[in-house]
Design a protein around this ligand. Structure first.
Ligand code: NAD
Length: 486
């Protein structure tokens, strides 16, 4: 297997079904493009509806044995997979950079997070316990958490390896088998991890990967009556369609959707620290992060100083191919470049020239300068819609009440952040702002252990933490009458 930085890929790739790799039933393929160069990297088979049906049947067949596998054995296998991912960290990171574009050091972090996820849920696999419920002396009542069966996972392209792990790890830990449809742009990481899973002894059929088109492979997967639970991570519009298809056959659904998260800076915050965190919050992964801090709300008394410093540090950010480990890599695809370019024009029409950035880079690849629009009003499109690119909107506020109102005036509610040294204010913000996760004095705070998911149109359900096990188990109550009938 090649391990050098020049050739991280272990080609050729196949659909991963029943522990085996195969071509698509009609030989169709997806071309994978390097977003830094616009050059093809490789091809992978594109699953047809028939291939997806085969993967689901396989997962169904493997389900009974996996459910009956002792939890401590499931635990061991997931921990072994975590170790294998760690061992292969550098190569997997290079693959993530190659297909997604993100800077290499950011890709390494995501691979570590994926390994940590399998470790975390490996640790939980043998601690999924029920409760006993007191009734009266003649009854014994208890609950059991049972696997749902076949889990389906629809994964987006922005953090492909970690988001694959985020839902697959708790699903397998809970005793479910899995069929995964990675994004068209970035299927390689999932295929590589499936091979690692095979190498550590995960039974055949427990994990199946079907790269392919959303409207064909994705739709067939979520519409399959043999699928018991669907986890969808992606855009709101697709999420709604996926939810409808899933409900038609009465399966469980978890939706992890978009955001337009407010990052609120009060005058008592450390400006230096808040500027750094603001830059991390919006320019990491070229802004292609669901929990990006894309709406900066800054108090009017520090606005000028803050924006000057933000401009200075944003201008200093390096932009380039992910393999060179710059601050900001390319966008994932030509289509995403077009979307972000259109929003730059919307921003210009709404507020005029950005204070920094605003241009795409000449030459190959899908590069956009880190961009800051100042003087934005909260009802403008660039403040309401998820741009999913390196574009920050700056809005002024006068007092705490206005800040909270502006923070909440959004269709989304994924995360929200506040920078303040006033502990009462931090708690009031956490109490009053409608978001699934609140950051205080740090963007992207929390980790694998902390629940993550959206209020409002940002989704349904929570990933991460102990409670994600609930997503992949169903509760059974057992009630016994033990009264003597002698
Ligand atoms: P997308 O909705 O276009 O695609 C996501 C996935 O859905 C892809 O694998 C795609 O092939 C598949 N798909 C498309 N149509 C389908 C259909 N009809 N049936 C089944 N599957 C289908 O989203 P995207 O542009 O790839 O991802 C970006 C979006 O994802 C942003 O809105 C971002 O905020 C969101 N996101 C959310 C989280 C979160 O945890 N909340 C994390 C990452 C990304």
């Amino acid at each position: 297997m090649p391990t050098s930085s020049e050739k991280p890929l272990d080609e050729p790739y196949g659909l991963f079904i029943d522990g085996d790799e195969r071509v698509a039933s009609n030989d169709q393929t997806l071309e994978i493009i390097d977003p830094a160069t616009d050059e093809p990297i490789t091809t992978v088979p594109a699953a047809t509806s028939d291939d997806v049906a085969t993967a689901v049947e396989t997962a169904r067949r493997a389900s009974d044995e996996w459910q009956d596998t002792r939890p401590k054995e499931r635990s061991r296998l997931l921990c072994r997979l975590a170790a294998a991912i760690r061992e292969d960290e550098e190569r997997l990171a290079r693959i993530e950079t190659l297909e997604n574009g993100k800077p290499l050091s950011a890709a390494r972090t995501q691979v570590q997070r994926a390994a940590r996820h399998f470790e975390y849920y490996g640790g939980l696999a043998d601690k999924i316990q029920g409760e006993s419920i007191p009734l009266d002396g003649d009854h014994v009542d208890y609950t059991i958490r049972e696997p749902l069966g076949v889990s389906a996972h629809i994964v987006p392209w922005n953090v492909p390896i970690y988001l694959f792990a985020r839902s697959v790890a708790p699903a397998l830990a809970g005793g479910n088998t899995a069929v995964v449809k990675p994004a068209e742009e970035t299927p390689l990481g999932a295929l590589e991890i499936a091979r690692l899973a095979d190498s550590v002894g995960l039974p055949e059929g427990v994990l199946n990967i079907v790269p392919g088109d959303g409207l064909e492979a994705g739709d067939t997967l979520v519409g399959s009556p043999e699928v018991d639970v669907v986890t969808f991570t992606g855009s709101e519009a697709t999420g709604v369609e996926v939810a409808k298809r899933t409900v038609e056959h009465v399966a469980d659904i978890h939706l992890e959707l978009g955001g337009k998260s407010p990052n609120v800076v009060f005058p008592d915050a450390s400006i230096d620290h808040a500027v750094d965190e603001t830059i991390t919050g919006i320019f990491s992964n070229a802004g292609q992060v669901c929990s990006a801090g894309s709406r900066l709300l800054v108090h009017e008394t520090i606005h000028d100083e803050f924006v000057d410093e933000l401009k200075r540090r944003t201008e200093a950010l390096t932009v380039g191919p992910g393999v060179d480990d710059p601050d900001v890599g390319p966008l994932v695809s030509e289509q995403q470049l077009q979307t972000v370019t259109e929003y730059l024009e919307v921003g210009r029409a709404e507020v005029g020239e950005p204070v920094v950035g605003g241009e795409t880079l000449d030459g190959a690849g899908y590069f956009v300068e880190p961009t800051v629009f100042d003087g934005v009003e909260n009802d403008m499109r660039i403040a309401r819609e998820e741009i999913f690119g390196p574009v920050l909107t700056v809005i002024e506020f006068a007092d705490e009440q206005e800040a909270i109102e502006l923070a909440n005036e959004s269709p989304y509610g994924l995360v929200a952040g506040v920078f303040t040294e006033n502990v009462g204010r931090a708690h009031r913000f956490a109490r009053d702002v409608d978001a699934g996760q609140i950051y205080v004095n740090e963007w992207f705070a929390g980790g694998n252990e902390t629940p993550f998911g959206g209020f409002k149109r940002s989704g349904i359900g929570r990933e991460n933490g102990v409670q994600a096990i609930d997503n992949y188990t169903q509760l059974k109550n057992v009630c016994l009458n033990i009264a003597s009938r002698d």
